[in-house]
Design a protein around this ligand. Sequence first.
Ligand SMILES: Cc1cc2nc3c(=O)[nH]c(=O)nc-3n(C[C@H](O)[C@H](O)[C@H](O)COP(=O)(O)OP(=O)(O)OC[C@H]3O[C@@H](n4cnc5c(N)ncnc54)[C@H](O)[C@@H]3O)c2cc1C
Length: 457
Amino acid sequence: GGPDDEKASLGLSDSLRRMGIALKRFKTGTPPRLDKDSIDFSAGEIQLGGSLRFGFSFTTKEFVPVEKQLPCYLIYTTPKTLDIIRSHLQDSAVLNGVIQGIGPRYCPSIESKVVRFADKSRHQLFLEPEFENGNSIDLQGFSTGMPHQIQKEMVHSLPGLGKAKILKYAYQIEYDAIATPQFDQTLRVKRYQGLYVAGQICGTSGYEEAAGLGLMAGINASRSILGLPSFTLKRNESYIGVMIDDLVTKGTDEPYRLLSSRAEYRLLLRHDNADARLTGYGHEIGLIDEKRYREFLEKYQRIQEAISVLSSHNVTDKASLADYMKQMGDEPSLEGKKGIEVLKRPRYSYRRIAAMMDSMAGYRDMDDESVLALETIVRYSGYIKKEELEASSFAKAEAMVLPSDFDYLNCDGLRLEARQKLQAVMPSNIGQASRIPGVNPADVSILILTLKKEKKL
Ligand SMILES: Cc1cc2nc3c(=O)[nH]c(=O)nc-3n(C[C@H](O)[C@H](O)[C@H](O)COP(=O)(O)OP(=O)(O)OC[C@H]3O[C@@H](n4cnc5c(N)ncnc54)[C@H](O)[C@@H]3O)c2cc1C
């Protein structure tokens, strides 16, 4: 069956296969859900939510205070839990071969963790409320392919869960995904003009991954119908760009999760500057309205103005600055201190410094998001500039657009492996070509020379 007792969509994969699209098999799982009233939470360590006022979207302006958020609880497996798991490994559908799909590396089943990390004496688990209103508690970290009776024993061996009532047992799902590289950077299936794909059928696992791909596939499908040029994002401007480039260029042999470690320009792809990176595009393609765009421009104009005042004016309230520096464990050295010099020091707060400068009176009411953006720009400007420089050579290679009909297989001078890999991916530019596994820098140089000679680059 499908997740949450839904029916499996059995016919879809066969239709795709009939269309000549090759598929691969992945799997993912979910932990048991427990009845809140049957748990002794005092056996766990309380984990409160965050107090930072940052939303998933810049349009979110209201935040639930920590005291109104539902807490999670941290517990650990006991020696008894591990004994039960070890003595039933052959019963687990994940390990005994019943489930053949490849699972996500970063969310393995509890029995896979016990086998893979055999030297660990315990594993951490979180008791996490599934809904704001409701009794269901998610036992995070405890996904399993064990039969129900054994799951029950495993759950009852955990601290605070001796009498836990299981509302829903853990289960595993196998699913089909399109083997890469059969779709391009616009998420269009290469051999079909109007077919765009998004979500886990692209080989990903995760809500955010599915949402990001869905947005891009939707944009490109509608632009294609309207006869407009396609829209793509690059690795140095968004995580969506990193994800799609990884999927299209490198492919994936396991459910792909978009981890920040996959991005090489992490200092540029920050949460605080997501609007600076993407609002312009959104406005250009008609997804951001004038009001929101104007507010965005005003926000960054104010940030730039505030930075310029901080750079050109000294801190006026020297007594408060001396106290602040002492409090921060620094030697007060007050002569001619510009606001920006103080703010560049680690952990110094924009709000505190702005309050000590008469010239900053007009910039003290900035919201938390703007303050974070400003502090990040000021504090990390050296590192950010360095990464921008690196990204500009990346951008140059991305701007060298490759012909979409080039016959790589018959490109003399290229090694056979490089020809085959390039032909399979059909990269859109030199940057992408150089990231294809099996294509080395010498191949890229030969490709550039050949295309220049043929006046195709
Ligand atoms: C058990 C389990 C636990 C997971 N836990 C997490 C988690 O904790 N965190 C996380 O980030 N991700 C989790 N994931 C992964 C995440 O749920 C998926 O990667 C994501 O939902 C995929 O989104 P999607 O839109 O591609 O597919 P889906 O969400 O599966 O949506 C596909 C939709 O298409 C419909 N459909 C299918 N066939 C047809 C048809 N022929 N005609 C019309 N409609 C059809 C289906 O009914 C379904 O509604 C989990 C997945 C599973 C299976």
